[in-house]
Design a binder for this molecule. Sequence first.
Ligand SMILES: NC(=O)C1=CN([C@@H]2O[C@H](COP(=O)(O)OP(=O)(O)OC[C@H]3O[C@@H](n4cnc5c(N)ncnc54)[C@H](O)[C@@H]3O)[C@@H](O)[C@H]2O)C=CC1
Ligand SMILES: CC(=O)C(=O)O
Ligand SMILES: [Mg+2]
Length: 372
Amino acid sequence: MKIGCPKEIKPQEFRVGMTPDAAREAVAHGHKVMIEKGAGLGAGFSDADYKAAGAKIVATAEEVFEKADMIVKVKEPQAVERKRLREGQLLFTYLHLAPDSAQTKDLLKSGATCIAYETVTDDRGGLPLLAPMSEVAGRLAPQVGAWTLQKANGGRGVLLGGVPGVLPAKVLVIGGGVVGTHAAKIAAGMGADVTVIDRSINRLRYLDDVFGGAFKNAYASAGNTIALAREADLIIGAVLIPGAAAPKLISRAQLKELKPGAALVDVAIDQGGCFETSKATTHQDPIYEVDGIMHYCVANMPGAVARTSTQALSNATMPFMLALADKGWKKACAEDKHLLAGLNVHAGHLTYAAVGVALGLPTITGAEALKL
Ligand SMILES: NC(=O)C1=CN([C@@H]2O[C@H](COP(=O)(O)OP(=O)(O)OC[C@H]3O[C@@H](n4cnc5c(N)ncnc54)[C@H](O)[C@@H]3O)[C@@H](O)[C@H]2O)C=CC1
Ligand SMILES: CC(=O)C(=O)O
Ligand SMILES: [Mg+2]
């Protein structure tokens, strides 16, 4: 199969869909790999690295899209990229279609087969191609929260770890899944006094067993949430109800009850955010203030550490990418229900029920798509 990897063109996106390592494995499996010139530079991979791995460097994105049977990317295709997709072509990338009707319509019109990283599943009820980016965003959250707390950035001027003779900052993490666990580990490692709250008792049991000494946990009732929020210097929003908009757990009126200059880092901004006053921001202009409370709401946090994120993402996508290339999408998806769960669009049909519900569009099942 001919596999193509174009340079990402979403603003401030420096990740790339394939590392030289992934290209090398695809070549070893007998595939031709085309990388757009300079595609890896933002993540620290040169054209020479890809050539050494056996890939071909191609001058333009147009040529990559024109020649490849499968396109491997990071972010959802932008409008200009969607125009380049064609019937029968395979697209493997993040899509996030539910809030994006323009993209969905274009992908349906293209006739291409589109597999979304974020809906591929695993045997343990997880999302293995979302998890690496949740790990990155979770680990970044205390780092950006510590920065937001600095006086020059509008924060309350509190050091997360404190110093001898001065108590550490209090950090509240709402949601103890992948983002929340990684955020809590790093915040505890920085010396903060950390509490994680969740609505899943089983998850709290796990956190208690594994991290009992490092951070505390409590049930995320509305009462506990506001009581712990009142005491916190930094609050990290990390909830997810799969497929749904994030629940609003701190209202605008409640901001008055928080410590002046406290920092809110809303990682769940992807799903609309879990604080009423959250709105998506960018790496260029990441923070803003509402009622004396600082908000950090960057929707593509992993892009800040493009090299680490690219490597983590490529590690996770590689076995699926190889299965798709070796077998073709139909056989690969027929043999792996978890990869089939990633199928969102095929030949003009929407194949993901939650997206259909969100956008009011008809869907067929993945199993039906396999028969087309
Ligand atoms: N901003 C960014 O750059 C990124 C954002 N994300 C987002 O971070 C969010 C979290 O993702 P993951 O940790 O991977 O999800 P996850 O599914 O691993 O964890 C979510 C946790 O939230 C808990 N939860 C649900 N409702 C709750 C409530 N009302 N109160 C307290 N806990 C509640 C669940 O029980 C679960 O343990 C998602 O919205 C994801 O899209 C992920 C990566 C990057
Ligand atoms: C998960 C996602 O959309 C990202 O890493 O940008
Ligand atoms: Mg995102």
